[in-house]
Ligand binder design. Structure first.
Ligand code: NAP
Length: 288
């Protein structure tokens, strides 16, 4: 039986939950192997670190890699091709070998939508239906979120503290995405069905911060989704719940993007439930 060698390239990686998720996926799929953290400093990356890890995938010494900050864009020139999703977003989080070709994929996009589907069903008791989303932040994760929403028929209003960044996201993704001022004004909140935070505001250790505009009420009947998943209940999620609104953090997105990557590498469909359980247990052990 193949012994899977999987891993993650990024910097820094000390707090990554990916090893815990992929070890649970391996175990519950009955597969042998391990998932390692390949911490590459910018200097190591500059001196060929990315190429050498990608060559190991080409030679099948490594059977699959995830890519995270700051290499989601930098890894692209070293790949043979991108999937349609990764090309549209302009960022890669998963690399796999297909018939000898190194392929870059972005599983954050389908991953977030899968979790939104579950969250709508669980929190609102309804199937997710396209509407208007207010997206806070315009970095790499926001691009993946906007792509997945537009593909499913949503309209996205993207806002970022650097308006030019929001404008360029809207221009690159095209139809279905418009840029609005930061902080969003009343008109930008009209008819909004979903608010997604794709900034790191509120992430550990800055757990008391929130990206929501102080003193401004949330729009009525909105669902709030925070990509930040550490802490398990962010300040934004707490504020929304206090306002009586359904709200979730992005742990489910993390689990789903990992499961989709795992399937590309191994062909197996891992247990989502076991991966969630492993992630929650890791938090409990770390006490965060
Ligand atoms: P990124 O590329 O650095 O983009 C972050 C965005 O947030 C940028 O628009 C940035 O603006 C803005 N921002 C940062 N600090 C801000 C502040 N204090 N006030 C206002 N805006 C601020 O990061 P990313 O990769 O998109 O990740 C964003 C967040 O999503 C991170 O917390 C990450 O952990 C999380 N994430 C979660 C998942 C998941 O599976 N749940 C997956 C991917 C990412 P500037 O460029 O001006 O700083």
């Amino acid at each position: 039986m193949r012994k899977y060698k999987l891993g993650l390239i990024g910097y820094p990686l000390a707090h990554s939950l990916s090893p815990v998720l992929h070890r649970a996926a391996l175990q519950t799929s009955g597969l042998e192997g391990d998932y390692s953290l390949f911490t590459l400093s910018p200097e190591e990356a500059y001196h060929g670190g990315i190429q050498s890890l990608l060559s190991a995938v080409r030679n099948e010494e490594i059977h699959g890699l995830n890519v995270t900050i700051p290499y989601k864009q930098q890894s692209i020139p070293h790949l043979d091709r991108l999937t349609e999703t990764a090309a549209a977003i302009g960022a890669v989080n998963t690399v796999y070998l297909d018939d000898g070709a190194l392929v870059g994929e972005n599983t954050d996009a389908p991953g977030v939508y899968r979790d939104l589907e579950t969250t709508f069903r669980r929190s609102l008791g309804t199937e997710i239906k396209p509407g208007i989303c207010l997206l806070l932040g315009a970095g790499g994760a926001a691009r993946a979120v906007a792509h997945s929403l537009v593909k499913e028929g949503w309209q996205v209003r993207v806002t970022a503290r650097r308006f030019a960044q929001a404008e360029s996201l809207a221009a690159d993704l095209g139809f279905g995405v418009v840029s609005v001022a930061w902080p969003p004004q009343a008109a930008a909140l009209e008819n909004v069905r979903l608010i997604i935070n794709a900034t790191p505001i509120g992430m550990y250790p800055d757990v008391h911060q929130s990206p929501w505009i102080e003193g401004v009420p949330f729009p009525p009947n909105v669902l709030v989704y925070d990509l930040v998943y550490n802490p398990p209940v962010t300040q934004l999620v707490r504020q929304a719940r206090q306002a009586g609104l359904p709200a979730e953090t992005g742990l489910g997105m993390l689990v789903h993007q990992a499961a989709l990557a795992f399937s590309l590498w191994t062909g197996a469909k891992p247990s989502i439930q076991a991966m969630f359980q492993a992630a929650r247990e890791a938090y409990r052990v770390k006490g965060e």
